[in-house]
Write a protein that binds this ligand. Structure first.
Ligand SMILES: *[C@@H]1O[C@H](CO)[C@@H](O)[C@H](O)[C@H]1NC(C)=O
Ligand SMILES: *[C@@H]1O[C@H](CO)[C@@H](O)[C@H](O)[C@H]1NC(C)=O
Ligand SMILES: *[C@@H]1O[C@H](CO)[C@@H](O)[C@H](O)[C@H]1NC(C)=O
Length: 451
C-alpha cells in the first residue's frame, strides 16, 4: 500500500523536481518567481509583460503576431514606470481595450433579437435591433453560466483567427457566497453556512481553467459588484458583518487566480451616491488598496469599476436634486475624488464606468433607488475616448433589458425597492428579460439611437 503510493508519487515528481511548469500553467511575467521552463510538448510563450504561459506545441504559436504588438505597447509602459510608496517602480498595464475588438455576447444578441420581434412600431424595432451590436458584459452569476464562457472563448478565438482582429471578452465575476448581503434581489446560489467559500473557489477554478485554454483572447472582468462597497458602509447589516471575512478571502482568491490567467480586472466600487460621499472616500480607498495589496499588487488589477448596473451620469449637467449636496454628484467627480486618495496609498488605479442605462437623469425619487427606474434610457456608447486619464473606458456592464429585480412581493428574492413608485412594474425576476423596460431604454436613449 505504502510502496504503491510512493511509486505513484515518483511518477508524478519528475516534472516538479525539474522545476517545469505544466501545460497551460504560468511560466513567466513581471514578479513571477515560479518555474520558467515548460514540460515537453509545450513552449513558454510571452502573452503580455505580466504573463507567460506553457502552450501546446514546440513551434512558435500563431498568436505570436499579437504578442509582438503587445510587447511594443509594453515598451512605452516600461519607459515610464510609476513609483509606488516604497520607491520601487510599480509597472502599470496599459489600457486593455487598446488594439482589441470587443466580442459581442451571442446571448445578449439573441435576447435583443427576440425583443425586436415583439415590437410592432417599425422605427422603434429598427432602433432596438442596433443594440445587439453594442458590447455588454457577460454576467457569470452562477456556475451554470460557466459553460457559456467556454463557448464564447472558443467563438472569440475562432473569430480572432479568421478576421485577424484580436478579440476581447468582457465578463462579470458575481457569485460570492451570501451575495448581495444588504439587499435581497440578487442573492446567489452559495451560502457561507453551506460550504460557500469552497464552492466559490471551485467556481473561480473552472473559469480560470477555461480562460487559460484561450490565451489569444483577452479577458476583462468586473469583480463582484456591490461586495466591497457593502463592507465599507453596510457592516451594520448583520449579514454583511458575518460575510466580511469570507468576502475578502473569496475576492482575494478571484483576483490572484484570475491574474494568474492573464485577466485584466476592475474591482467594483459602487457609485458616486454610495462611496462618493466625502466621509466614505477614505475608508473606501483604504479597503480597495488593502485588497489590491493582499492580491500581490498585480498590474492586471487595473483599478475600479463604478456605476455598475446603476443610473448615474458620468458628467451631469447640474446636480440631480436627489444628490442632496454631495459635491461628488456624478461619476466623474467621484472618480476625480477617489483616484488621488488611492494614489496617496500607492495605487495608480484606473477606472471603467457603466453608462448602459444612464442616458436620462433626474428620474429617481432617492439616490439609493436602483431597481428598474422608470424613464431610463440607454446612455453613452462604450468608448475608450473618455475625457479622463483616470478612465480606461466607458462600458455597458449591465445588459439593458435584463431586469434588476422582481416586484412580486411573494417571491423569495423580492426587495421592496423594486416596488417603489419610481420602479417600473410589474417586473420579473432579476436577470430575466423585461420587455417593457427594454423598449423605454431604446426610445429614451441619450444620445438617441439612429436606425
Ligand atoms: C461557438 O463555439 C461553439 C462551441 O465550441 C460551437 O459549437 C459554435 O459553432 C461556435 N459558433 C460560432 C459562431 O463560432
Ligand atoms: C447600505 O449603505 C448605504 C449607504 O450608506 C445605505 O444607503 C443603505 O441604506 C444601506 N443598506 C442597508 C440595508 O442598511
Ligand atoms: C409571485 O411569486 C410567487 C412565489 O414565487 C408565485 O407563485 C407567483 O406566481 C408569482 N406571481 C406572478 C404574478 O408572477
Amino acid at each position: 500500500m505504502k510502496s504503491a503510493f510512493l511509486a505513484a508519487l515518483v511518477t508524478v515528481l519528475p516534472a516538479y523536481v525539474a522545476g517545469q511548469a505544466q501545460e497551460y500553467d504560468q511560466c513567466g511575467g513581471t514578479g513571477w518567481a515560479g518555474p520558467t521552463s515548460c514540460v515537453s510538448g509545450t513552449t513558454c510563450t510571452v502573452l503580455n509583460p505580466y504573463y507567460s504561459q506553457c502552450l501546446p506545441g514546440t513551434a512558435v504559436p500563431s498568436s505570436v503576431s499579437s504578442v509582438s504588438s503587445i510587447s511594443s505597447h509594453s515598451s512605452s509602459v516600461s519607459s515610464a514606470p510609476s513609483t509606488g510608496p516604497t520607491g520601487t517602480p510599480t509597472p502599470t498595464a496599459g489600457n486593455p481595450w487598446t488594439g482589441y475588438e470587443i466580442f459581442l455576447s451571442p446571448y445578449y444578441a439573441s435576447e435583443v433579437q427576440a425583443a425586436v420581434e415583439q415590437i410592432s412600431d417599425s422605427t422603434l424595432a429598427a432602433q432596438a435591433a442596433t443594440i445587439a451590436n453594442i458590447p455588454t458584459f457577460t454576467w457569470l452569476d452562477s456556475t451554470s453560466k460557466i459553460p457559456d464562457l467556454g463557448t464564447y472563448l472558443a467563438n472569440a478565438s475562432a473569430l480572432g483567427k479568421s478576421t485577424g482582429t484580436k478579440q476581447l471578452l468582457q465578463i462579470v465575476i458575481y457569485d460570492l457566497p451570501d451575495r448581495d448581503c444588504a439587499a435581497k434581489a440578487s442573492n446567489g446560489e452559495f451560502t457561507i453556512a453551506d460550504n460557500g467559500q469552497a464552492n466559490y473557489e471551485n467556481y473561480i477554478d473552472q473559469i480560470v481553467a477555461l480562460i487559460k485554454q484561450y490565451p489569444d483572447v483577452r479577458v476583462v472582468a468586473v469583480i463582484e459588484p456591490d461586495s466591497l462597497a457593502n463592507l465599507v458602509t453596510n457592516l451594520s447589516v448583520q449579514e454583511c458583518a458575518e460575510a466580511q471575512t469570507t468576502y475578502l478571502a473569496c475576492v482575494n482568491y478571484a483576483l490572484t487566480n484570475l491574474a494568474g490567467a492573464g485577466v485584466y480586472m476592475y474591482i467594483d466600487a459602487g457609485h458616486a451616491g454610495w462611496l462618493g460621499w466625502p466621509a466614505n472616500l477614505s475608508p473606501a480607498a483604504q479597503l480597495f488598496t488593502q485588497v489590491w495589496t493582499n492580491a500581490g499588487k498585480s498590474p492586471l488589477i487595473k483599478g475600479l469599476a463604478t456605476d455598475v448596473a446603476n443610473y448615474n451620469a458620468l458628467n451631469a449637467a447640474s446636480p440631480d436634486p436627489i444628490t442632496q449636496g454631495n459635491p461628488n454628484y456624478d461619476e466623474m467627480l467621484y472618480i476625480n475624488a477617489l483616484a488621488p486618495v488611492l494614489q496617496q496609498q500607492g495605487w495608480d488605479a484606473t477606472f471603467i464606468v457603466d453608462q448602459a442605462r444612464s442616458g436620462v437623469q433626474n428620474i429617481r425619487n432617492q439616490w439609493g433607488d436602483w431597481c428598474n427606474i422608470k424613464g431610463a434610457g440607454f446612455g453613452t456608447r462604450p468608448t475608450t475616448n473618455t475625457g479622463s486619464s483616470f478612465i480606461d473606458s466607458i462600458v455597458w456592464v449591465k445588459p439593458g433589458g435584463e431586469c434588476d429585480g422582481t416586484s412580486n412581493s411573494s417571491s423569495p428574492r423580492y426587495d421592496s425597492t423594486c416596488s417603489l413608485s419610481d420602479a417600473l412594474q410589474p417586473a420579473p425576476e432579476a436577470g430575466t428579460w423585461f420587455q417593457a423596460y427594454f423598449e423605454t431604454l431604446v426610445s429614451a436613449a441619450n444620445p438617441p439611437i439612429s436606425a
